[in-house]
Ligand binder design. Structure first.
Ligand code: G4P
Length: 293
Protein backbone atom coordinates (compact mmCIF):
# COMPACT_ATOMS: atom_id res chain seq x y z
CA UNK A 1 0.00 0.00 0.00
CA UNK A 2 1.37 3.45 -0.79
CA UNK A 3 0.54 6.75 0.84
CA UNK A 4 -2.15 7.61 -1.66
CA UNK A 5 -4.26 4.70 -0.39
CA UNK A 6 -4.48 6.20 3.05
CA UNK A 7 -7.00 8.80 3.92
CA UNK A 8 -5.65 11.54 6.11
CA UNK A 9 -6.44 11.17 9.77
CA UNK A 10 -6.60 14.39 11.72
CA UNK A 11 -5.64 14.66 15.33
CA UNK A 12 -6.09 17.79 17.35
CA UNK A 13 -2.85 18.97 18.94
CA UNK A 14 -4.61 20.73 21.84
CA UNK A 15 -6.55 17.62 22.72
CA UNK A 16 -3.41 15.49 22.49
CA UNK A 17 -1.45 17.75 24.82
CA UNK A 18 -4.28 17.74 27.36
CA UNK A 19 -4.51 13.94 27.22
CA UNK A 20 -0.79 13.55 27.77
CA UNK A 21 -0.90 15.94 30.74
CA UNK A 22 -3.80 14.07 32.31
CA UNK A 23 -2.06 10.72 31.93
CA UNK A 24 1.20 12.10 33.32
CA UNK A 25 -0.56 13.57 36.35
CA UNK A 26 -2.45 10.32 37.00
CA UNK A 27 0.77 8.34 36.60
CA UNK A 28 2.35 10.29 39.42
CA UNK A 29 -0.33 8.84 41.73
CA UNK A 30 0.21 5.15 41.00
CA UNK A 31 2.75 2.46 41.90
CA UNK A 32 2.35 0.39 38.73
CA UNK A 33 0.81 0.53 35.28
CA UNK A 34 -1.28 -2.20 33.68
CA UNK A 35 -0.96 -1.79 29.92
CA UNK A 36 -3.53 -3.56 27.77
CA UNK A 37 -2.65 -4.58 24.24
CA UNK A 38 -4.50 -6.69 21.69
CA UNK A 39 -3.07 -10.23 21.70
CA UNK A 40 -3.65 -10.42 17.93
CA UNK A 41 -1.33 -7.49 17.27
CA UNK A 42 0.60 -6.74 20.45
CA UNK A 43 3.01 -4.16 19.04
CA UNK A 44 0.68 -2.49 16.57
CA UNK A 45 -1.88 -1.95 19.33
CA UNK A 46 0.55 -0.02 21.55
CA UNK A 47 1.42 3.60 21.39
CA UNK A 48 5.22 3.81 21.69
CA UNK A 49 4.78 7.08 23.55
CA UNK A 50 3.11 5.17 26.33
CA UNK A 51 6.34 3.24 26.74
CA UNK A 52 8.17 6.49 27.21
CA UNK A 53 5.57 8.01 29.54
CA UNK A 54 5.49 4.96 31.80
CA UNK A 55 9.18 4.13 31.70
CA UNK A 56 9.74 4.85 35.38
CA UNK A 57 6.84 2.72 36.56
CA UNK A 58 6.74 -1.03 37.10
CA UNK A 59 4.51 -2.40 34.37
CA UNK A 60 2.38 -5.44 33.62
CA UNK A 61 1.41 -5.99 29.98
CA UNK A 62 -1.91 -7.77 29.44
CA UNK A 63 -2.39 -9.48 26.08
CA UNK A 64 -6.15 -9.14 25.98
CA UNK A 65 -8.59 -10.82 23.57
CA UNK A 66 -6.36 -13.86 23.81
CA UNK A 67 -9.48 -15.91 23.04
CA UNK A 68 -9.18 -14.59 19.46
CA UNK A 69 -5.40 -14.99 19.10
CA UNK A 70 -3.23 -17.94 18.15
CA UNK A 71 -2.17 -19.52 21.46
CA UNK A 72 1.34 -20.45 20.34
CA UNK A 73 2.14 -16.95 19.14
CA UNK A 74 0.64 -15.45 22.30
CA UNK A 75 3.15 -17.48 24.32
CA UNK A 76 5.95 -16.18 22.08
CA UNK A 77 4.75 -12.65 22.75
CA UNK A 78 4.73 -13.25 26.51
CA UNK A 79 8.35 -14.41 26.24
CA UNK A 80 9.15 -11.36 24.13
CA UNK A 81 7.76 -8.92 26.70
CA UNK A 82 9.45 -10.73 29.57
CA UNK A 83 12.76 -10.50 27.73
CA UNK A 84 12.16 -6.82 27.24
CA UNK A 85 11.65 -6.08 30.92
CA UNK A 86 7.87 -6.20 31.21
CA UNK A 87 6.01 -8.96 32.94
CA UNK A 88 3.16 -10.12 30.66
CA UNK A 89 0.01 -12.25 30.93
CA UNK A 90 -2.57 -13.48 28.42
CA UNK A 91 -6.12 -12.59 29.41
CA UNK A 92 -9.64 -12.63 28.01
CA UNK A 93 -11.78 -9.90 29.50
CA UNK A 94 -14.90 -11.29 27.86
CA UNK A 95 -14.88 -14.60 29.71
CA UNK A 96 -12.62 -13.47 32.54
CA UNK A 97 -9.93 -16.05 31.73
CA UNK A 98 -6.52 -15.19 33.17
CA UNK A 99 -7.77 -12.30 35.29
CA UNK A 100 -7.19 -14.12 38.59
CA UNK A 101 -3.44 -14.03 37.95
CA UNK A 102 -3.25 -10.25 37.65
CA UNK A 103 -3.06 -9.23 41.31
CA UNK A 104 -0.72 -12.06 42.42
CA UNK A 105 1.58 -11.31 39.46
CA UNK A 106 1.63 -7.63 40.31
CA UNK A 107 2.39 -8.20 43.96
CA UNK A 108 4.78 -11.13 43.69
CA UNK A 109 6.67 -10.08 40.57
CA UNK A 110 6.06 -6.60 39.17
CA UNK A 111 5.90 -4.84 42.54
CA UNK A 112 8.02 -7.27 44.53
CA UNK A 113 10.67 -4.70 45.34
CA UNK A 114 8.11 -2.19 46.59
CA UNK A 115 6.23 -4.81 48.60
CA UNK A 116 9.48 -6.02 50.24
CA UNK A 117 10.48 -2.46 51.03
CA UNK A 118 7.10 -1.73 52.58
CA UNK A 119 7.33 -4.85 54.67
CA UNK A 120 10.80 -3.86 55.93
CA UNK A 121 9.47 -0.41 56.83
CA UNK A 122 6.42 -1.76 58.63
CA UNK A 123 4.07 -0.46 55.92
CA UNK A 124 2.82 -3.79 54.65
CA UNK A 125 -0.82 -2.72 54.74
CA UNK A 126 -0.35 0.44 52.63
CA UNK A 127 -2.44 0.41 49.49
CA UNK A 128 -0.82 -0.32 46.15
CA UNK A 129 -2.27 1.96 43.48
CA UNK A 130 -2.72 0.93 39.85
CA UNK A 131 -3.73 2.52 36.60
CA UNK A 132 -4.80 0.91 33.32
CA UNK A 133 -3.52 2.31 30.04
CA UNK A 134 -4.06 1.45 26.37
CA UNK A 135 -5.35 2.60 23.01
CA UNK A 136 -9.14 2.68 22.37
CA UNK A 137 -11.00 -0.60 21.96
CA UNK A 138 -8.38 -2.91 23.51
CA UNK A 139 -10.65 -3.74 26.44
CA UNK A 140 -9.85 -1.21 29.18
CA UNK A 141 -13.48 -0.72 30.29
CA UNK A 142 -14.12 -4.45 30.13
CA UNK A 143 -11.12 -5.03 32.39
CA UNK A 144 -12.11 -2.35 34.89
CA UNK A 145 -15.64 -3.75 35.01
CA UNK A 146 -14.41 -7.31 35.49
CA UNK A 147 -11.89 -6.36 38.18
CA UNK A 148 -13.98 -3.82 40.03
CA UNK A 149 -17.47 -5.14 39.29
CA UNK A 150 -20.01 -3.96 41.80
CA UNK A 151 -17.31 -2.26 43.87
CA UNK A 152 -17.21 0.46 41.26
CA UNK A 153 -18.80 3.65 42.51
CA UNK A 154 -21.75 4.87 40.52
CA UNK A 155 -20.83 7.85 38.42
CA UNK A 156 -23.51 10.30 37.45
CA UNK A 157 -24.08 10.05 33.75
CA UNK A 158 -25.25 13.59 33.17
CA UNK A 159 -23.83 16.21 30.90
CA UNK A 160 -22.02 18.86 32.88
CA UNK A 161 -21.28 16.63 35.87
CA UNK A 162 -17.53 16.43 36.13
CA UNK A 163 -16.18 13.02 36.92
CA UNK A 164 -13.93 13.14 39.91
CA UNK A 165 -11.14 10.67 40.37
CA UNK A 166 -12.38 7.42 41.83
CA UNK A 167 -10.28 4.71 43.39
CA UNK A 168 -11.79 1.25 43.42
CA UNK A 169 -10.61 -1.17 46.09
CA UNK A 170 -9.75 -4.49 44.44
CA UNK A 171 -8.67 -6.20 47.65
CA UNK A 172 -7.55 -5.11 51.10
CA UNK A 173 -4.42 -3.37 49.84
CA UNK A 174 -4.92 -2.69 46.12
CA UNK A 175 -6.69 0.28 44.58
CA UNK A 176 -7.39 0.88 40.91
CA UNK A 177 -7.94 4.26 39.32
CA UNK A 178 -11.24 3.82 37.52
CA UNK A 179 -10.21 6.20 34.74
CA UNK A 180 -7.87 4.54 32.26
CA UNK A 181 -5.12 6.39 30.40
CA UNK A 182 -6.10 6.41 26.75
CA UNK A 183 -3.61 7.19 24.03
CA UNK A 184 -4.49 7.13 20.36
CA UNK A 185 -2.87 4.41 18.24
CA UNK A 186 0.20 5.36 16.29
CA UNK A 187 0.63 4.29 12.72
CA UNK A 188 3.47 5.87 10.86
CA UNK A 189 4.15 2.41 9.53
CA UNK A 190 1.24 1.53 7.24
CA UNK A 191 1.30 -2.17 8.01
CA UNK A 192 0.47 -1.14 11.59
CA UNK A 193 -2.56 0.83 10.34
CA UNK A 194 -3.74 -2.15 8.35
CA UNK A 195 -3.51 -4.49 11.36
CA UNK A 196 -5.42 -1.99 13.48
CA UNK A 197 -8.10 -1.77 10.79
CA UNK A 198 -8.32 -5.60 10.56
CA UNK A 199 -9.15 -5.83 14.26
CA UNK A 200 -11.52 -2.86 14.09
CA UNK A 201 -9.33 -0.75 16.42
CA UNK A 202 -9.47 2.06 13.88
CA UNK A 203 -12.21 2.85 11.45
CA UNK A 204 -12.55 0.86 8.24
CA UNK A 205 -12.49 4.22 6.44
CA UNK A 206 -8.72 4.18 6.45
CA UNK A 207 -8.85 1.93 3.41
CA UNK A 208 -11.77 0.96 1.31
CA UNK A 209 -13.33 -2.15 2.77
CA UNK A 210 -12.62 -4.37 -0.21
CA UNK A 211 -8.91 -3.52 -0.21
CA UNK A 212 -8.83 -4.22 3.52
CA UNK A 213 -10.54 -7.60 3.13
CA UNK A 214 -8.24 -8.54 0.22
CA UNK A 215 -5.19 -7.81 2.37
CA UNK A 216 -6.62 -9.86 5.22
CA UNK A 217 -7.43 -12.79 2.90
CA UNK A 218 -3.89 -12.76 1.46
CA UNK A 219 -2.44 -12.79 4.99
CA UNK A 220 -4.72 -15.66 5.99
CA UNK A 221 -3.97 -17.67 2.82
CA UNK A 222 -0.29 -17.41 3.65
CA UNK A 223 -0.39 -17.89 7.41
CA UNK A 224 -3.66 -19.64 8.28
CA UNK A 225 -4.82 -21.36 5.05
CA UNK A 226 -6.93 -23.89 6.97
CA UNK A 227 -9.05 -21.14 8.46
CA UNK A 228 -10.10 -20.17 4.92
CA UNK A 229 -10.60 -23.63 3.52
CA UNK A 230 -12.59 -24.75 6.57
CA UNK A 231 -14.79 -21.68 6.91
CA UNK A 232 -15.49 -20.93 3.25
CA UNK A 233 -14.93 -24.35 1.69
CA UNK A 234 -12.82 -22.77 -1.04
CA UNK A 235 -9.77 -24.20 -2.76
CA UNK A 236 -6.62 -22.15 -2.52
CA UNK A 237 -3.96 -21.83 -5.15
CA UNK A 238 -0.48 -20.33 -4.82
CA UNK A 239 -1.33 -17.76 -7.50
CA UNK A 240 -4.44 -16.40 -5.78
CA UNK A 241 -4.45 -12.65 -5.42
CA UNK A 242 -6.47 -10.95 -2.69
CA UNK A 243 -9.17 -10.22 -5.27
CA UNK A 244 -9.27 -13.88 -6.37
CA UNK A 245 -9.78 -14.93 -2.76
CA UNK A 246 -12.48 -12.33 -2.18
CA UNK A 247 -14.31 -13.48 -5.30
CA UNK A 248 -14.05 -17.12 -4.26
CA UNK A 249 -15.62 -16.28 -0.89
CA UNK A 250 -18.38 -14.18 -2.52
CA UNK A 251 -19.14 -16.87 -5.06
CA UNK A 252 -19.27 -19.63 -2.48
CA UNK A 253 -21.64 -17.58 -0.35
CA UNK A 254 -23.86 -16.77 -3.33
CA UNK A 255 -23.21 -13.05 -3.10
CA UNK A 256 -24.08 -11.97 -6.61
CA UNK A 257 -25.29 -8.79 -8.19
CA UNK A 258 -27.31 -8.62 -11.39
CA UNK A 259 -25.39 -9.63 -14.47
CA UNK A 260 -23.67 -12.49 -12.68
CA UNK A 261 -21.05 -10.33 -11.05
CA UNK A 262 -19.81 -11.12 -7.56
CA UNK A 263 -20.73 -8.64 -4.85
CA UNK A 264 -17.22 -8.17 -3.51
CA UNK A 265 -18.32 -5.45 -1.11
CA UNK A 266 -20.69 -7.81 0.70
CA UNK A 267 -18.02 -10.50 0.68
CA UNK A 268 -15.52 -8.04 2.18
CA UNK A 269 -17.89 -7.06 5.00
CA UNK A 270 -18.52 -10.75 5.74
CA UNK A 271 -14.82 -11.63 5.86
CA UNK A 272 -13.95 -8.75 8.17
CA UNK A 273 -16.93 -9.39 10.48
CA UNK A 274 -16.18 -13.09 10.68
CA UNK A 275 -12.50 -12.47 11.39
CA UNK A 276 -13.30 -9.94 14.13
CA UNK A 277 -15.81 -12.20 15.84
CA UNK A 278 -13.44 -15.17 15.84
CA UNK A 279 -15.40 -17.25 13.33
CA UNK A 280 -12.24 -17.78 11.27
CA UNK A 281 -10.48 -19.25 14.28
CA UNK A 282 -7.73 -17.96 16.54
CA UNK A 283 -5.50 -15.76 14.45
CA UNK A 284 -2.56 -13.50 15.28
CA UNK A 285 -1.55 -10.76 12.88
CA UNK A 286 2.07 -10.24 13.86
CA UNK A 287 4.80 -12.38 15.37
CA UNK A 288 7.50 -11.06 17.68
CA UNK A 289 10.76 -10.08 15.96
CA UNK A 290 12.54 -13.37 15.07
CA UNK A 291 15.49 -13.18 17.40
CA UNK A 292 13.23 -12.21 20.26
CA UNK A 293 11.00 -15.32 20.21
P1 G4P B 1 -11.86 0.13 25.64
O1 G4P B 1 -12.44 0.47 26.97
O2 G4P B 1 -10.39 -0.12 25.70
O3 G4P B 1 -12.20 1.10 24.56
O4 G4P B 1 -12.48 -1.28 25.19
P2 G4P B 1 -13.83 -2.03 25.67
O5 G4P B 1 -13.67 -2.57 27.04
O6 G4P B 1 -14.98 -1.12 25.42
O7 G4P B 1 -13.85 -3.24 24.63
C1 G4P B 1 -13.96 -3.05 23.24
C2 G4P B 1 -14.63 -4.26 22.61
O8 G4P B 1 -13.79 -5.40 22.79
C3 G4P B 1 -15.96 -4.63 23.24
O9 G4P B 1 -16.76 -5.19 22.20
C4 G4P B 1 -15.59 -5.73 24.22
O10 G4P B 1 -16.67 -6.57 24.53
C5 G4P B 1 -14.53 -6.45 23.44
N1 G4P B 1 -13.60 -7.19 24.30
C6 G4P B 1 -12.92 -6.73 25.38
N2 G4P B 1 -12.13 -7.69 25.89
C7 G4P B 1 -12.30 -8.80 25.10
C8 G4P B 1 -11.73 -10.12 25.09
O11 G4P B 1 -10.87 -10.49 25.91
N3 G4P B 1 -12.16 -10.96 24.10
C9 G4P B 1 -13.06 -10.58 23.16
N4 G4P B 1 -13.41 -11.48 22.24
N5 G4P B 1 -13.61 -9.35 23.13
C10 G4P B 1 -13.23 -8.47 24.09
P3 G4P B 1 -17.92 -4.42 21.51
O12 G4P B 1 -18.26 -5.15 20.27
O13 G4P B 1 -17.56 -2.97 21.41
O14 G4P B 1 -19.06 -4.52 22.51
P4 G4P B 1 -19.78 -5.85 23.08
O15 G4P B 1 -19.42 -6.99 22.19
O16 G4P B 1 -19.25 -6.03 24.46
O17 G4P B 1 -21.21 -5.45 23.03
Amino acid sequence: MDNTDMKQIQWFPGHMAKTRRLIASNLSLVDAVVEIVDARSPLSSRNPEMDHMTKNKPRLVLLNKSDLADERTTQQWINYFRRNDSEALAVDCKSGKGLKSILPTLKNTVLKELMDKRERNGMKGAAVRLMIVGIPNVGKSSLINKLAGSKRAKVEDKPGVTRTKQWVKLDNNTELLDMPGVLWPKFEDQSVAVRLAFTGAISDDILDIETLAMKLLSYLAENYPNSLTERYKIELSEEDTGLDLLEKVGKKRGMMISGGEINTERAAITVLDEFRSGKLGRITLEAPPQKEQ
